[in-house]
Design a protein around this ligand. Structure first.
Ligand SMILES: Cc1cc2nc3c(=O)[nH]c(=O)nc-3n(C[C@H](O)[C@H](O)[C@H](O)COP(=O)(O)O)c2cc1C
Ligand SMILES: Nc1ncnc2c1ncn2[C@@H]1O[C@H](COP(=O)(O)OP(=O)(O)OP(=O)(O)O)[C@@H](O)[C@H]1O
Length: 297
């Protein structure tokens, strides 16, 4: 896959393209339905997406949470076998590109065919409609992919994750929900409990509810099993900021600064304030036993 990164109006491409356009946060089964329709003999397949997510810029949402980081999105699109990914910088200037200018840029990029969802809008104030594109390009419209009468969308999947419906989110994503984060320094209390944990910086992701999860962990290309806690450590070492920390089974490396990927497999229990450190430790040992059993099934 060729990754074109930069300003939308500055991209250069010679070969004819069949392109789809959107945010594609999550690369869910609806998005994949579009991408799977990009293959034509007469052209290369292409995805156009914007970074940062337009919502972050337009609504000034510094805390806009995502289902896939930009790195994950690039990898997932590449795995779909797409020839070109156009990753356009998104800022106020990009947002002010009119629908006529938008069409002009697509033409200059040699786009001959567009594959789009029925609700597709584009250009300044989302004034451009599919109808405006039909005069200039061949347009393939993909009907909404639904799950039990509900249109699959990133917004819906985010709600499922926030409310802990991870099985359903997994079905709509077509893969286990995973997040990536750098291992940061915690308060190093875990190791004094005989249970060193990796604290993760995963601030930009949609997180499921607080509690303990059975997870898969990828560290330096190797897959491990883990017990992950999302919460505030109410028993010892209370934290005002939400923490995400994982105990990786059969692992004893120092991994500060490494990026690890966490795959949410099963919710185990709520985070709880225990009366003593010993009670917490007894529970943590039980969590690890539960995770061992689940990983052997
Ligand atoms: C699998 C797992 C489950 C946890 N469950 C709880 C819990 O129920 N209640 C709690 O107060 N802390 C819980 N913790 C947090 C520990 O108290 C925490 O690891 C400890 O405070 C170490 O913090 P540190 O990373 O800053 O060293 C859990 C941690 C893990 C890894
Ligand atoms: N369920 C679906 N079925 C078919 N096409 C879809 C579906 N969901 C999104 N698309 C199409 O995929 C492209 C990219 O979608 P985009 O990521 O912008 O929206 P979305 O998944 O609906 O997310 P959000 O909930 O944030 O609006 C658009 O052309 C859109 O119409």
């Amino acid at each position: 896959m060729i990754l074109h990164k930069g300003r939308f109006e500055s991209f250069v491409n010679r070969k004819p393209l069949t392109m789809t356009i959107g945010n594609f946060d999550g690369l869910h089964i609806g998005h994949r339905a579009l991408i799977n329709k990009l293959k034509y003999e007469d052209s290369d397949s292409a995805v156009l997406t914007f970074y940062p997510h337009p919502m972050k810029v337009l609504r000034e949402m510094s805390q806009h949470q995502v289902v896939t980081s930009i790195e994950q999105k690039i990898e997932l699109i590449e795995q779909c076998g797409v020839n070109h990914l156009f990753l356009a910088d998104f800022d106020r200037k990009t947002a002010s590109i009119t629908k006529e200018e938008f069409i002009g840029i697509l033409k200059s990029l040699n786009v001959i065919r567009l594959v789009l969802g029925v609700d597709f809008r584009f250009g300044q104030h989302a004034k451009g409609h599919i109808q405006d594109l039909m005069d200039e390009f061949e347009v393939v419209i993909v009907n909404d992919i639904k799950h039990l009468e509900t249109r699959v969308s990133t917004t819906y999947i985010k709600d499922l994750i926030y409310s802990g419906e991870l099985d359903k989110a997994e079905r709509l994503l077509g893969r286990t929900y995973s997040i990536r984060g750098e291992v940061i320094h915690g308060d190093k209390v875990g190791r004094t409990l005989g249970m060193p944990t990796a604290n993760l910086d995963v601030d930009s992701y949609v997180l499921p509810p607080n509690g303990v999860y059975f997870v898969g962990v990828i560290v330096k290309g190797q897959t491990y099993t883990g017990a992950l806690n999302i919460g505030y450590n109410p028993t010892i070492n209370y934290s005002v900021k939400k923490r995400v920390e994982v105990y990786i089974l059969d692992f004893d490396q120092t991994i500060y600064g490494e990026t690890v990927e966490i795959f949410f497999k099963k919710y185990l229990r709520a985070e709880k304030q225990y009366k003593s450190k010993d009670e917490l430790m007894t529970q943590l040992r039980k969590d690890i036993e539960d995770v061992k059993i689940l990983s052997s099934i």
